[in-house]
Design a protein around this ligand. Structure first.
Ligand code: 5GP
Ligand code: MN
Length: 327
């Protein structure tokens, strides 16, 4: 069924996005939220777990329901929904407990996403892996309905924040001429783009910068004879720097910025798992690497994965698997 038809049959809409929501997850969700509210729908936004402080300035974040803190509310919203949007993820395993609720729900399911290898759970799917961000696809979505004039400051900031954060501030190869045209259009509509950069990037805390210093000084390593750099940080080290969610965002890019390095990994010990972020340049597909060895996924040059063995073992496992993979 096409999305026009699905929307015609829907009143209550729930927008969902992935675990550990990033700027694109929150930005695209709030942009779509603002647009659908303007179109007269009853809309809610649901995220599996909390998101970093540098995204909480966005208008509309007060309307976001965090499943970890409001399980009953979220269950009610999903139970009553006629239509559930999946934004910035393409597999129900990426939304934890929310995925189980979505699977049980009889609502229509619509996906807007830019990751590789989408799972087949949606009734309608906009899956464009050439897009730098889901936020860009939300702009296209509004454009397809001939509704660009409905874009207000809240919607514009959401779209811009999603594009900016997922494109490394407009520098990754995924940026298209269209990406810049969208940014130009948003600015023409009154968006204060510098405000978005400042509110996302210039809000570091002292412990966060000290953690960055520690990571670069004591934790950054280049693997012998390989174009691979690694930063691995244990939970004890994180707590030494009063770690808060989001404090290690972007750390992996410093490893990738080393001359001669083509693949970078950031390995972080979490409560009951070890989380990994992978980045690459050129032809090395970190998406393939993480799906092959660490039940992960993402994009060719930016992906993530998880391991449930110990932190020390995971670091060793990464080092041996990457040798095998790059052979
Ligand atoms: P990040 O390293 O910034 O957390 O994630 C990089 C990209 O990989 C994002 O597009 C994110 O959605 C994806 N990603 C991160 N962790 C996982 C994971 O555990 N599984 C899958 N399938 N994708 C992930
Ligand atoms: Mn994204």
């Amino acid at each position: 069924m096409n999305i026009e038809e699905i929307l015609k049959r829907s009143k209550k809409i729930v927008i969902t996005t992935h675990q550990s929501p990033d700027g694109d997850a929150i930005g695209s969700s709030l942009a779509l939220f603002g647009y659908l509210v303007k179109k007269g729908f009853d809309v809610s936004v649901v995220v599996p777990d909390s998101f970093p402080k540098f995204l909480k300035w966005m208008e509309g974040t007060d309307n976001i329901h965090v499943y970890d803190y409001e399980q009953n509310v979220v269950e009610g919203l999903i139970f009553e929904a006629d239509l559930i949007f999946s934004l910035d993820y393409n597999d129900l395993t990426r939304v934890g407990g929310v995925g189980v609720l979505i699977e049980k729900s009889t609502a229509y399911k619509a996906m807007i996403d830019h990751h590789l290898n989408p799972a087949a759970f949606a009734d309608w799917m906009c899956s464009d892996t050439s897009s730098c961000s889901t936020a860009q696809l939300v702009y296209n979505f509004i454009e397809d309905f001939n509704d660009l004039d409905l874009i207000d400051n809240q919607i514009a900031e959401g779209i811009y924040c999603g594009i900016m954060t997922d494109s490394g501030s407009f520098r990754f190869p995924s940026v298209q001429a269209k990406t810049h045209l969208i940014a130009a259009d948003l600015i023409n509509r009154g968006l204060n783009h510098a405000r978005v950069h400042e509110l996302v990037h210039d809000v570091n805390t002292l412990p966060k910068l000290h953690l960055l210093g520690f990571a670069l000084n004591e934790k950054l390593r280049v693997l012998p004879k390989l174009p691979v750099a690694v930063i691995a940080i244990s939970s004890e080290e994180l707590s030494r720097f009063s770690y808060k969610k989001g404090d290690t965002e972007g750390l992996v890019n410093y490893a990738l910025s080393l001359e001669g390095v083509e693949m970078a990994a950031f390995i972080k010990e979490d409560d009951n798992k070890v989380k990994m972020s992978f980045r690459s340049k050129g032809d090395i597909s970190v998406n393939e690497f993480s799906s092959q060895y660490f039940s992960g996924g993402g994009h060719k040059n930016a992906a993530g994965g998880v391991s449930f063995t110990s932190f020390e073992e995971t670091v060793k496992l990464f080092e041996s698997k990457i040798v095998e993979f790059l052979k």
